[in-house]
Design a protein around this ligand. Structure first.
Ligand SMILES: Cc1cc2nc3c(=O)[nH]c(=O)nc-3n(C[C@H](O)[C@H](O)[C@H](O)COP(=O)(O)OP(=O)(O)OC[C@H]3O[C@@H](n4cnc5c(N)ncnc54)[C@H](O)[C@@H]3O)c2cc1C
Length: 333
């Protein structure tokens, strides 16, 4: 029997949509390596009108659409139940691929428990096994090492953000509505008591951002962070920090990159005034392209950097930001 891959969409934000396209790309390559198969996109939510048309062009063979008022607000338990409903519409999918977004990370454990199958997160590579299961490579020790695990079907796998390319070229799909059953034993066990507003930020979340700009003690104080924020804004980047600046109270712990912070693997990582201690490197050295700015030419960060600028960040950041703005605006310097 040819394999079936189900991708669950996270259409709640542009980053979620990008992560969904990466998941579709990963599933498409996986099936293509094994002579083809069926690629299904599960689209969950409420009032999905326009999105339903857009998602129908993302490259799946079929879109299973579950549009229900109970999905108007994201609640992991309710969404896991809805995702299970979609999985059960398919006759034994080989793999459920979840985007490398908060939705993917929230659902991977819950959905695999509901399906009584295997599950893992942060996948860097996927491969089908002859036995019908799936092989997944995932990072260990903050990206310093990796391991390959085998999961029986139906395997539930969430991806590492930015590790896979979107499908190319997308093609139109058939849209099939699915109904969420009445609440029963399998329905949500949690109830929403209160919603706390997330602080509004004009930079994308660190772990999903395709570009990250990080600052270290070389910025000499929190009063200089606007320089880094300007560069991040110009690049559409997420903001990161070394532990030294988090410990000093210059930046929140949520921005820390490294062994005891977040692991990131963006397309571009800009390290400003960061020495490149091993505990920082394990959280970012898998980035596709690394640019470092440091006054010390022998700083260890330059050993992993693709491009290095030796100089004072406080002097270099404003013209660099200006140059980025001009290039992005189409004005060649
Ligand atoms: C168990 C453990 C876990 C840890 N986990 C983490 C972690 O998760 N993440 C993490 O980052 N660290 C972690 N650390 C700390 C780590 O060892 C380093 O101390 C820390 O990364 C250093 O931060 P930094 O590079 O900002 O500061 P520094 O090491 O002080 O480096 C500052 C750099 O800025 C340069 N500089 C100075 N002035 C300028 C200027 N004007 N312009 C440009 N460059 C300038 C200097 O040349 C220097 O290279 C951990 C340590 C331990 C023991």
């Amino acid at each position: 029997m040819s394999p079936t891959a189900l991708v669950l969409a996270d259409p709640r934000s542009p980053l979620g949509i990008r992560a969904t396209l990466e998941a579709l790309g990963a599933a498409e390559v996986l099936l293509a390596h094994h002579g083809g198969g069926k690629l299904v996109l599960g689209l969950l939510g409420h009032s999905l009108g326009a999105l339903r048309e857009t998602a129908a062009g993302w490259g799946a063979d079929e879109v299973l659409l579950l549009d229900d008022a109970r999905l108007a607000v994201f609640q992991a338990e309710t969404y896991a139940w809805a995702a299970e409903t979609i999985v059960k519409r398919l006759s034994s999918p080989t793999v459920v691929v979840l985007p490398g977004s908060t939705l993917g990370r929230e659902l991977v454990g819950r959905l695999s428990a509901r399906l009584r199958g295997g599950g893992t997160s942060e996948a860097l590579e996927l491969d089908l096994e002859d036995t019908g299961g799936i092989r997944v490579r995932r990072p260990l020790f903050g990206g310093k090492a990796s391991e390959t695990v085998s999961l029986p079907a139906p395997a539930v796998v969430s991806l590492r953000a930015n590790a896979f390319a979107p499908p190319e070229p997308p093609r139109p799909s058939r849209v099939v509505p699915v109904l969420l059953p009445d609440p029963g034993a399998g329905s949500a066990g949690a109830h929403l008591l209160e919603r706390l507003p997330v602080p509004v930020s004009d930079t994308p979340p660190l772990t999903q951002a395709p570009v990250v700009v990080s600052g270290g003690r070389g910025l000499h104080g929190p009063e200089n962070w606007p320089l880094l924020e300007d560069l991040a804004r110009a690049l559409g980047a997420g903001l990161g920090a070394s532990r030294a600046v988090v410990d000093a109270g210059w930046r929140p712990a949520s921005e820390q990159v490294g062994q005891t912070g977040s692991s990131v693997s963006p397309q571009l990582y800009v390290a400003v005034g960061i020495s490149g201690a091993i505990q920082h490197l394990v959280g970012m050295s898998s980035s596709r392209c690394i640019v470092a700015i440091n006054t010390d030419p022998s700083a260890p960060i330059f050993k992993v950097a693709d491009y290095g600028i030796v100089g004072d960040a406080l002097v270099l950041l404003p013209p660099l930001t200006e140059a980025v703005r001009r290039v992005r605006a189409g004005v060649v310097p």
